[in-house]
Design a protein around this ligand. Structure first.
Ligand code: SF4
Length: 731
């Protein structure tokens, strides 16, 4: 039996795993006791990885050879790799030649490794000269990116998991860590058990399992977060709980924020958020003082937050308003303190680091900055990088639906299920003239639209790196060979790039000099190019070679060439990566949700994760035991709302928004507030069908959600849509 250390491919906790294998068969998995993210622990998803890798259903749904459809709707037919890549290059080259580079788009994934992301980004921005590359991480983290940059000057979570053990007050907001980040949650439970004086505040519209452990639960109305944070600051100012010396020494913009929060009176905040003035006051006091109640004996406060803040039409404002509280109270840059965004996907961070989004460039450079564009062009050996921002996730599919983007390349994600306003996404896939889907699994929803299917490797087979929520870079290693003709994602992108170069810039040296026939060496070469691109940047990892990762284990960035280890927490010196070294307060007024409840659509629909399922269930949905926690889709309503409508558990109901409708059993759930509804995001066409307002067939909860997005981060408001719920009449 062989043992291969690697990383769990599910959530942003980034737990280390040991893969056990015999020959080409994965036989077991256990937590890596030496990995600093989990010290040997795994959750239900991580501990069943080996079973999902080898289940009969998984083997049946793996894509094992390239396939092509002559016509949409036909059964795809196998074709050799060379022919498949030549076909893709012909279609992309002719589209670029006829319609320009912005007529193509790449939609990638936070499940990709950093090396995959790096090559795709260079392919789009360096070779094709379009910034039309975006990722499903746009749906999960872009508001956190924008919030950090707006206030602290760089997209860098300043805290680390160890801070959970140093904090005296934990403020958990918009995060059900008990289900979405279970191993981190175990750590929170440990920290609390070891420190009886610790206070935990949870703010969430639902009384989740995470809220169940709170000393103070704030059941806020959906979308009212900015009002809550501004109201807390109002009270901190009134009571003298702010840290005036920290504000004076390390920040700018406080006067404008002070003026803004004057209107966020306790009474107004209580009314908008749906909480009591007493609870608001307790939250403000505990946060500001680290639960001591006395600013002279201030202890540490750590905020943990996730999609409840990010997936919002005011996502950037929510992030910035929370970070304001940390700056105003000096709760940052010391053990146990700071704003700490939790990443949903295993490598949302790595994608940000290589700039694999429509508005970013390598190593946290900005597309809007001419000097940054010139630096990246020089690194890549191209004349320039286009300045025109690319289409972000929602915009990209809208552009394809409008006929503006004609060729789409989708890698490792299932947008026909996971994107909001699914009807528009499916129209885009239908209208695009050429759709390539590069995937490990034959996803029913998106693969149905593919003209060309390219088989990719997945967990247990891939090699490279990922970065977790606390900036920790871990190796992903292959334990077994690729099945069938599947290839690594980065290698497919490189081989396609070589074909495209022959058509778009014949005779010139390749921009992609990585050996795709020696997977580890090629991936390491990509990593080294990425490392070099970070020199002198806030995330400098020039000192972090694969040998260092081998000998010292997973490391946090920055890790510069002269460093001995990575850095646990940032801004301990009070200097921020802004032009004047000071953090910036951002004054954001509260805005209601984009689609408020109204008489025809009286429920606020929130979407979220289940404990034992992952994304579109391509992997977790193959294992019966992972349905033991929740067996089937449902919409949950408060028992009083059900009673008022004459509904009983298990009744079928139509859940309808302005965009679509689904039929689903209803379940009573007293953890919700009145007029709120909850549905899990995972269920696809196999479990939950629906239809658009014009009668097209759709699948899952995104038949209902809105694609309205935050104007700064472009992250859509997946956490709120107005819906109605009506009992289905049985024939
Ligand atoms: Fe995997 Fe996340 Fe569970 Fe850790 S907590 S085992 S990373 S799913």
């Amino acid at each position: 039996m062989q043992e291969t250390p690697s990383t769990c491919p599910y959530c942003g906790v980034g737990c280390g795993v040991i893969i056990e294998s015999t020959g080409s068969q994965i036989t077991g998995v256990r937590g890596d006791p030496n990995h600093p993210a989990n010290f040997g622990r795994l959750c239900t998803k991580g501990s069943t990885l080996h079973l999902t890798a080898t289940s009969t259903i998984t083997l049946q749904t793996r894509l094992l050879q390239p396939q092509h459809r002559a016509q949409r709707g036909d059964k795809p037919q196998p074709l050799p790799w060379d022919a498949a890549l030549a076909m893709a290059a012909d279609r992309f080259a002719s589209t670029v030649t006829q319609h320009g580079p912005d007529a193509v788009g790449f939609y990638v994934s936070g499940q990709l490794l950093t090396e995959d992301y790096y090559v795709f980004n260079k392919l789009a921005k360096g070779l094709i000269a379009t910034n039309n590359i975006d990722t499903n991480s746009r749906l999960c983290m872009s508001s956190a990116v924008a919030g950090y940059k707006q206030t602290l000057g760089a997209d860098a979570p300043p805290a680390c998991y160890d801070d959970v053990h140093h904090a005296q007050c934990l403020f958990i907001v918009g995060s059900n860590a008990a289900w979405a980040h279970p191993v981190l949650f175990r750590r929170i439970e440990d920290a609390r058990a070891a420190n009886p004086g610790m206070k935990v505040i949870v703010a969430d519209p639902r009384r989740t399992d995470t809220a169940g452990m709170a000393d103070l639960f704030l059941p806020i109305q959906p979308g009212s977060d900015v009002m809550l944070f501004n109201g807390m600051l109002h009270l901190m100012l009134w009571e003298g709980w702010v840290d005036a010396s920290y504000i004076a020494a390390h920040t700018t913009g406080f006067d404008a924020l002070k003026a803004l929060v004057r209107d966020a009176t306790p009474e107004r905040v209580a009314q908008v958020c749906g909480i009591s003035v007493a609870d608001l006051t307790t939250a403000a006091q505990w946060f500001a003082t680290g639960a001591t109640g006395d600013p002279q004996r201030r202890k540490a406060t750590l905020s943990l937050y996730c999609q409840g803040l990010n997936q919002s039409s005011s996502g950037t404002a929510k992030n910035a308003a929370l970070i304001n509280l940390h700056l105003a109270t000096g709760q940052i840059g010391k053990p146990g303190a700071g704003p700490f965004s939790l990443t949903g996907q295993p490598n949302a961070m790595g994608g940000r680091e290589v700039g694999g989004l429509a508005n970013l460039l390598s190593a946290h450079r900005d597309l809007a900055n001419p000097a940054h564009r010139a630096e990246v062009a020089a690194l890549w050996g191209v004349a320039d990088v286009p300045s025109q921002p690319g289409k972000t996730a929602v915009e990209m599919f809208q552009a394809a639906a409008d006929g503006e983007i004609k060729a789409l390349w989708i890698a490792c994600t299932n947008p026909a299920q996971s994107m909001p306003d699914q009807a528009t996404v499916r129209r885009a896939l239908q209208r695009a003239e050429f759709v390539v889907v590069q995937e490990a699994f034959a996803t029913a929803e998106t693969c149905a639209y593919a003209d060309l299917l390219l088989p990719a490797t997945t967990w247990g087979e891939k090699t490279g790196t990922v970065t977790n929520s606390e900036r920790r870079i871990s190796r992903v290693r292959s334990a077994v060979p690729a099945p069938g003709q599947a290839r690594h994602d980065w290698a497919i992108a490189v081989q396609f790039a070589h074909q495209l170069e022959a058509r778009l810039r014949p005779g010139q040296p390749t921009l992609f000099p990585y050996a795709t026939d020696h997977a580890d060496a090629g991936a390491e070469a990509v990593w080294n190019e990425h490392r070099a691109s970070t020199r002198g940047r806030d995330l400098d990892i020039t000192g972090l070679s694969w040998e260092t990762l081998e000998s010292q284990g997973p490391q946090q960035w920055p890790f510069a060439a002269d460093a001995a280890t990575g850095k646990a927490r940032l801004y301990e010196d009070g200097i921020f990566p802004t032009t004047d070294g000071r953090a910036r307060f951002a004054a954001h007024a509260w805005q209601p949700t984009a689609e408020p409840r109204e008489s025809r659509y009286p429920f606020s629909l929130t979407t979220g994760r289940l404990r034992d399922q992952w994304h579109g269930m391509t992997r977790t949905g193959t294992l019966g035991r992972l349905f033991g926690h929740v067996a089937e889709p449902s919409v949950q309503l408060h028992p009083q709302d059900m009673e008022r409508r004459g509904l009983h558990n298990g009744d079928l109901v139509h859940v309808t928004s302005k965009r679509g409708s689904i039929v689903v059993p209803v379940q009573a759930d007293a953890t919700l507030g009145l007029s709120q509804a909850f549905m899990a995001m995972h269920w696809g066409s196999e479990f939950l069908s629906g239809s658009s307002s014009t009668g097209e067939r759709l699948a899952g909860v995104n038949a209902l959600t809105t694609s309205v997005f935050c104007p700064t981060s472009k992250q859509p408001e997946l956490k709120h849509a107005a819906v109605k719920v009506l009992k289905a009449e049985l024939p």
